[in-house]
Every structure is written in structure tokens, then in C-alpha cells.
Design a protein around this ligand. Sequence first.
Ligand code: PBG
Length: 340
Amino acid sequence: MSMPRHLASQPPFPSTRLRRLRQAGWARSLVAEHALRPADLVQPFFVLEGHGRREPVPSLPGIERLSIDLLLPQIERCARLGIPMVALFPCTPAERKTVDGREAWNPDNLLCRAIRAVKKAVPEIGVMGDVALDPYTTTGQDGIVADGVILNDETIEALVRQALCQAAAGCDVIAPSDMMDGRVGAIRKALDEAGHAQAIIMAYAAKYASAFYGPFRDAVGSASALGKADKKTYQMDPANVREALREVALDIAEGADLVMVKPGLPYLDVVARVKEAFGVPTFAYHVSGEYAMVKAAAERGWLDGARCMEECLLAFKRAGADGILTYAALEVAERLARQG
Ligand code: PBG
């Protein structure tokens, strides 16, 4: 790549001294190219059955699973701080899990009840719901399994039912995280036919088969079901980036309103290329393992956790992300509010 002309024509040192614009806080903030705002953040929550229940997630320090009654005040906190959307993930009781994950399309499942409660109590905040079968399958897989194979087209039928249930419960953003081929188009069509033309689709468009999802799987209880199995026949190979552009192109063509890259920091090249190539609203998921790494090092006193977390989130903005799903959304929004 040749150097852009405006850089080549910059007079050399000593006429140009880039440190001039770094000499004081006022000068640095004057020329800052990017800034983190609460409006850029999406806070995920893990929802529990029952009442008055909270459980810490040991591999996600600072994050608790909450029953719906305890979840609502946290969602109100998000809304007060200017976080525009929350993502809800159910911790499905083991006795509700089956091979086909049919609890996913039970209109009274935990997630649908949580969506209804949140939309009633805090209507001004956006609610995003994952569409994938892993919280509901005994295999821990995102799809229906037969003879060890994850069935694509049969899974799509299940995902469509799941998406319709969530939309009927009031879910604003339907987020297929399963990586089956063709699911975005099928979901869009079904939503429209059922009168949910307003339901937004955020496609987990380029989702990689990543080891960074470990703490999430602990949190929702899919880790033990999954055991030693992996998701490599549907989630992407971390070696690939051109394929990510094909995935994103297909999801946009099928009707995705928002696209997401996941995980986040190790895939910022993918975020930047997706934003550059398509220019559609592009999100990144700062996933559980990425959050846990910073927290674990901070607990040991090895890193300044707050500063590292903000540096990570700013990196997403620099790469071109329009929004970031992160477990640190609330704590960062609170610090931003204190700084004024
Ligand atoms: C489920 C799902 C996963 C995450 C979001 N939705 C895990 C997986 O695909 O196994 C991961 C989120 C995180 O690690 O924070 N389909």
C-alpha cells in the first residue's frame, strides 16, 4: 500500500512534531478520533427461574445470574445510564432440555417471560434475544443432532418457531447465533408473514468456533452438555477472513438489519473489513472469555482492570464497530457517567 498523499506531504521533523497535540489533556481530547459512549454498549444478562435468586458466575467475575424480579432493577439501571439495549440469555433447567430443544418455542419459556417482564417494566430499552437451540438441547449444540450430525434445514424450522415466539413476547431484536445456512432469510420471511415486520434481525454473521466462549457456556449451563464436542461444522474456522465476508454478504442479502462479528478483539481485522466492505451497522461481541481475561488479571493485581477494559472497548470503535456487546457495559457506563 502506498502512503496517502496527505501523509507523504507532511513536512518532516522538526516542523512536524506530533507530540504537540499530545502535550495536555485538553489537546488530546480536542483531537481524539474516537470516544466510548454508553449508547455504543449492549449489556448481556443471564436469567434464572424462580424469585429472589442471584448466583455468581465464577468464570465471569462481577456477573450474576438473576431471576426476573432481580433482573428488572438492573435493566432500569442500564436505561438510566443510556445503554440502549440488553441481551437476555436463559439458564434453562436441565429437566427442560431435550434432543430437539423444543423448550425454545414454548411461548412461556424463561426467556419469553423475561422479555415480557422487561418490555413491561422498562419499555424504552431495546431487548435482544438469541435464536439458537443450545440453551435447550441435551447435546449443548445450537442445532438438532441426528447420528452425530447437526441438521441444517431441520434446525432452521426450529429456529423459525423460536424466533416467532420471541417476537410474540415483544423481543425487539432477533439475533440468530446458530450459524445454520439460510436461517436469516427463513426467519425474516416468517416474521413478516406473522405481522412482525418491525422486528429487527441482528445476525451473528461471522461467528467463529472459538475457545473464548467458555465462561458463557458455564453461565448458561451448556458446557457440561457439550462436553468434549465442538461446533466446528457450523461456526467458522478462526483461520478464515474472506469467508467471513461471504457469510456477511449472505446474511445482508437474506434481510439482516445489523451484522455482528464474534468474538471481538482477536477478530478486529474482521470487524474492520466487514464495516469497510458493507457499511451496514456492524456490531462486535466482546465475548465472555475476553472479559474474563481482563478480570482475572485485575484480580491478581497484574492489570488495571478498569483502564484495560475501556482500552479494549475503544479498540472496537477504532476498528469501525457501531456497537459492542460486552459484560462490562454497566460498569463502563457508570464510570463514564461519573466522569461527566
Ligand atoms: C449460543 C451463544 C454463545 C455465545 C452467545 N450465544 C456460545 C456458543 O456459541 O457456544 C457466546 C457469548 C460469549 O462467550 O460471551 N449460540
